[in-house]
Design a protein around this ligand. Structure first.
Ligand code: DQA
Length: 145
């Protein structure tokens, strides 16, 4: 099974972006760790975009290919109804869609406390840095295994 690990805006800057919040690992570091620890039988395609339409297209692709999704929508979390509707097509088609965040948005600015995605996500994991992704992928292994 191929799992799409989709990342929204500014996550390509991990490593130098607010390291006190997001840590020092780059997205390539995270990709390498996840590939090394993925459960047997799970292949990962990790992607990042700063463009809402591109992310929406990847969510459509997940439906068409039947791929579970790990989604860090970054700032789109808090306002993108277009992305949320595309993510809903994934979860409502019966594919797991797990929302992840490196930080715990609830411990930060008030605007981060609301997610347009959580309502339609299979589950949410936040606050564990790169381990948030690992936990989500392990759980997808359990859900589809
Ligand atoms: C984030 C949290 C969001 O509020 C923020 O806009 C991000 C990253 C996280 O992984 O902690 O860009 O999704």
């Amino acid at each position: 099974t191929t799992v799409l690990v989709l990342n929204g805006p500014n996550l390509g800057r991990l490593g130098t972006r607010e390291p006190e919040v997001y840590g020092s690992a780059t997205l390539d570091d995270i990709r390498a760790d996840l590939e090394a620890s993925a459960p047997a039988g799970i292949e990962l395609e990790l992607r990042q975009t700063d463009h809402e339409g591109e992310l929406i297209g990847w969510l459509h692709e997940a439906v068409d290919r039947g791929c579970p999704v790990v989604l860090n929508p970054a700032a789109f979390t808090h306002y993108s109804y277009g992305m949320r509707d595309a993510a809903a097509m994934v979860s409502k088609s019966g594919l797991p869609l797990i929302e992840v965040h490196l930080s715990n948005p609830h411990s930060r600015e008030a605007f981060r406390g609301y997610s347009v995605v959580s309502e339609i996500a299979t589950g949410v994991i936040a606050g564990f840095g790169p381990d948030s992704y690992r936990l989500a992928i392990d759980q997808i292994g359990r859900l589809i295994g």
